[in-house]
Write a protein that binds this ligand. Structure first.
Ligand code: NAP
Length: 349
């Protein structure tokens, strides 16, 4: 039986990857950090919590990383843990750099010292490219990140390549473009929209405030992308791969898909706020996954509209169940939409 260690198992991708690997008959270990309130709702939602071997470990803490590898003795490590929200990387740049940059080095060092045969997958991101207006991005495109998040992930990207070259480690970067699902974090625009659309439909809220609607993204489906991660580690050689759909949609498209699923016209409910604009934002991201298709044999099949409709349906069901007094694993009821959060004033981000 193969053994896998997943960091960030409580997040969107970690939960779906765990489900996928359990189906593949892996023994799955996952690390989680200590929080004052346990955060296993995604694993419960996917009905896999009891099938996972959980190890407490914080990715800032080298000793606990080392121990997690010693305990799990993995054939494969999937390094998904990160501070994954670009906006927060402007508010908390130092910790984002530690988490999304230096922690990757910690894992690679621990692998080098403990067992250099362990295969390592690094969760890289399209944000390492920064603004590439209307250009299709592939592995050869120049990398010019425009956020502390992108810069930290670029450090990780290069560190993986360095350890591959210097120590012959099997370490690969999956350069994933945005990917979504009903268990996406609520601060990300897709889920923010589908969750609000469901609440508006049920009369629970009246408006949705958003920033720039002319942002374009290449949005994929998270469940489908985790299979791509696994396939990258099954290839005979370690390498770096763009994982994308090759199609981009605007936030206006996202709004239209979401609200029309519920028979609503989004223009009646969405308020655009200049204060929510980001001065340094990546306006347009579009990926080209030809290498992934040719070498790995993976390509995306699910359309963005179908993913959005799945998210809307699930959010509507959850709010309806909540109204009817049902209890189930979920994030939205604890999310501070109506609580005043005071951000420091900045001229830009
Ligand atoms: P996510 O839902 O935000 O999950 C992040 C995970 O990292 C959570 O399990 C979180 O734990 C964990 N984590 C954060 N800080 C930690 C710490 N100090 N110690 C241990 N664990 C920590 O992100 P995701 O969407 O699943 O993304 C997975 C990875 O892919 C991330 O590295 C992300 O940057 C990258 N990526 C994502 C996308 C995308 O569109 N989703 C695209 C490209 C790349 P808690 O649950 O305790 O917070």
């Amino acid at each position: 039986m193969k053994r896998a260690l997943i960091t960030g198992i409580t997040g969107q991708d970690g939960a779906y990857l765990a489900k996928f690997l359990i189906k593949k008959n892996y023994k799955v270990y996952g690390t989680f950090r200590r929080t004052s309130t346990p955060n296993f709702w995604r694993l419960k939602y996917l009905k896999i919590l009891e099938k996972i071997n959980l190890i407490p470990s914080d990715i800032l803490d080298y000793g606990s990383i080392y121990q997690s590898i010693k305990i799990s003795k993995p054939n494969e490590i999937y390094n998904l843990a990160a501070q994954s929200f670009v906006k927060v990387s402007f508010e908390q740049p130092s910790v984002t750099t530690e988490l999304d940059g230096v922690s990757t080095l910690r894992y690679l060092e621990a692998i080098r010292l403990l067992n250099p045969k362990i295969k390592f997958y690094q969760a890289s991101t399209s944000e390492i490219y920064g603004n590439q207006i209307k250009k299709k991005i592939n592995e050869e495109t120049k990398m010019l990140p425009s956020s502390p998040y992108g810069a930290a992930k670029l450090y990780s990207f290069h560190t993986v390549k360095i350890y591959r070259a210097a120590y012959n480690l099997f370490a690969s970067n999956g350069i994933l473009f945005n990917h979504e699902s009903p268990i996406r974090g609520l601060e990300f625009v897709t889920r923010k929209v589908t969750n609000a659309a469901a609440q508006i439909k049920l009369g629970l809220i009246k408006k949705l405030e958003l920033g720039n609607l002319d942002i374009f993204r290449d949005w994929g489906n998270a469940e489908e992308y985790v299979e791509g991660m696994w396939k990258i580690l099954q290839h005979k050689n370690p390498d770096d791969f763009v994982v994308a759909t090759g199609k981009s949609y605007s936030i206006r498209n996202l709004l239209s898909f979401s609200f029309s699923r519920l028979g609503l016209d989004w223009r009646k409910y969405v308020v655009q706020k200049k204060s929510l604009y980001r001065a340094v934002d990546v306006r347009h991201l579009l990926g080209d996954c030809k290498k992934m298709k040719k070498i790995i044999g993976w390509y995306p099949k699910i359309q963005f509209k179908d993913t959005v409709e799945q998210m809307v349906d699930e959010d509507l069901k959850r709010w309806t169940d909540k109204i009817n007094g049902k209890s189930f694993p979920w994030d939205a009821e604890n999310y501070p939409t109506n609580i005043k959060v005071v951000y420091r004033k900045r001229k830009k981000y």
